[in-house]
Design a protein around this ligand. Structure first.
Ligand SMILES: Cc1cc2nc3c(=O)[nH]c(=O)nc-3n(C[C@H](O)[C@H](O)[C@H](O)COP(=O)(O)OP(=O)(O)OC[C@H]3O[C@@H](n4cnc5c(N)ncnc54)[C@H](O)[C@@H]3O)c2cc1C
Length: 431
């Protein structure tokens, strides 16, 4: 197919005439918008926030999503200076004993990963979508969804209708779009864990026992203890510092990224731990400490609405535990896959595209979600006698099926056979 370029010089295929309405400008919504634009679909992106804010703290994009950023003109160059750079992660026991370093060079052939501040990376991606001239409308809270056999749409701010051929609900873990897809209210539940999270200027780390973490480049260290883990990373050549501490917590689910955390409470979680960890927490400016209750949802039976025109994507479809290190990456893969499916299906067969999307993605996403539980248990339920004998058990499983994966190529490769399979099953069901 001949590709066309927009006046601004961004790659875009010829128009398909497919109108895509996307709700939510997180990484799922933005990726879907950019990828749909690249494939020639017409996009309207609706976001509740009235303005862009630099929110959140550390977020990780594996090589499977790093390759998506790399396709977007100029984005990699902007990400490079703000992303974490280290050769590996040092695992320590909660008492401070060095156990093992997991080096990243083994996975370099999979591609490039990007770890950095969620808000800073989000701003770069958001600006890329703006530069592409995507129709982004801020301050647009979607209050309802609807679909017929011929169209799908949303109600914005309780009054206005926005209509398209398909709608992608990318509104995150509290998605109201789930109701129309599932036919019932599906409430998030506690995962039984919470995460203290912080990001601050590393000049705060003045104590001699923490200095080594922010000198001589970026450091990455994980302390593993009984049902608690603490991970610290420095970034921008040691200028910024971030830490997360996952621990048991059965409290009510707030799921707000800005719930303030208490330094004294965080210290209780690591009582008797390595003094370095305690000093990091003590040095944390209280205004930069967040207490985030980890929401979980059981995997949904489907992500696609009854008439096949609304798709849940990203966290709205499949929230991830942070220990999977894949939530943001999988939300990006959704957008890539959907854009290809719509391109190959064409405007008259968009429902087929959405159903094929689910079939192509479902098992992969489920498997990726499970890695979050496996890694958490591998750390939180570690038998420390065994760990000392064989610290390899702490290493993250950085598997090629997950990371060495090109979602765009995969979608092109399997779309036709997936649709053929669906048609065959449909015919058999009618026999
Ligand atoms: C403010 C914020 C900070 C975060 N910080 C981190 C972090 O530090 N580390 C980390 O690992 N993950 C963080 N996350 C989560 C992470 O971004 C997601 O898990 C992952 O990237 C998947 O993204 P998503 O696009 O599916 O969902 P989200 O990133 O949650 O994005 C959903 C978007 O939809 C918008 N929205 C919600 N409801 C409506 C509505 N009714 N109408 C219109 N728009 C709506 C939201 O405002 C938001 O912009 C954060 C998410 C948010 C929203």
């Amino acid at each position: 197919m001949v590709s066309s370029a927009r006046p601004s010089g961004f790659f875009r295929k010829p128009s398909t005439g497919i109108k895509v309405v996307i709700v939510g400008a997180g990484f799922a919504g933005l990726t879907a918008a950019i990828e749909c634009d690249r494939k020639g679909h017409d996009v309207i992106l609706l976001e509740a926030f009235p303005e862009l804010k630099i929110l959140g703290d550390i977020i990780s994009f594996g090589p499977n999503s790093g390759r998506i950023f790399q396709k977007w003109e100029g984005v990699e160059e902007k990400l490079d200076p703000i992303c974490h750079k280290s050769d590996g992660i040092l695992f320590k026991s909660y008492l401070g004993e060095d156990l093992i370093t997991q080096y990243w060079h083994d996975e370099e052939p999979y591609g490039k990963k990007f770890n950095g501040h969620r808000g800073e990376i989000h701003e770069i991606v958001f600006n890329h979508a703006v530069e592409r001239s995507i129709d982004i409308r801020l301050g647009q809270r979607v209050t309802d969804y609807f679909e017929t056999d011929t169209e799908a749409g949303v109600i914005v701010n309780g009054t206005d209708r926005v209509v398209g051929d398909v709608v992608f609900a990318a509104e995150g873990v509290r998605s109201p779009g789930r109701k129309i897809v599932l036919g019932y209210e599906d409430k998030p539940k506690s995962s039984g864990y919470a995460v203290y999270r912080a990001w601050f200027d590393s000049s705060q780390l003045t104590h001699p026992i923490t200095k080594h973490l922010v000198q001589n480049g970026d450091a990455h260290v994980a302390w593993i203890g009984p049902d608690v883990h603490f991970i610290a990373a420095s970034l921008k050549n040691g200028r910024d510092f971030s830490w997360v501490c996952t621990h048991k917590d059965e409290a009510d689910i707030e799921d707000s990224w800005s719930t303030p955390g208490q330094v004294e409470e965080a210290l209780k979680v690591v009582e008797n731990w390595d003094p370095v960890v305690q000093e990091i927490i003590r040095a944390t400016p209280p205004e930069y400490l967040v207490d985030w209750k980890l929401v979980y949802r059981d995997p949904l039976p489907t992500w696609i609405s009854p008439k096949g025109r609304i798709a849940l994507i990203g966290d709205a479809a499949h929230p991830f535990l942070p220990t999977s290190i894949q939530g943001a990456s999988q939300s990006m893969e959704d957008g890539v896959n959907l854009a290809v499916c719509l391109e190959l299906a064409g405007k008259s067969r968009v429902q087929e595209a959405l159903r094929a999307h689910e079939r192509i993605r479902y098992d992969r996403v489920l498997q990726a979600q499970r890695t979050g539980v496996t890694t958490r248990d591998q750390w939180h339920k570690a038998d420390f006698d065994n760990v000392k004998k064989n610290p390899e058990v702490l290493k993250l499983k950085r598997e090629p099926w997950l990371l060495d994966f090109d979602s765009e190529k995969h979608a092109y490769d399997v779309y036709e056979s997936t649709v053929a399979e669906m048609r065959k099953e449909g015919q058999q069901a009618h026999l």
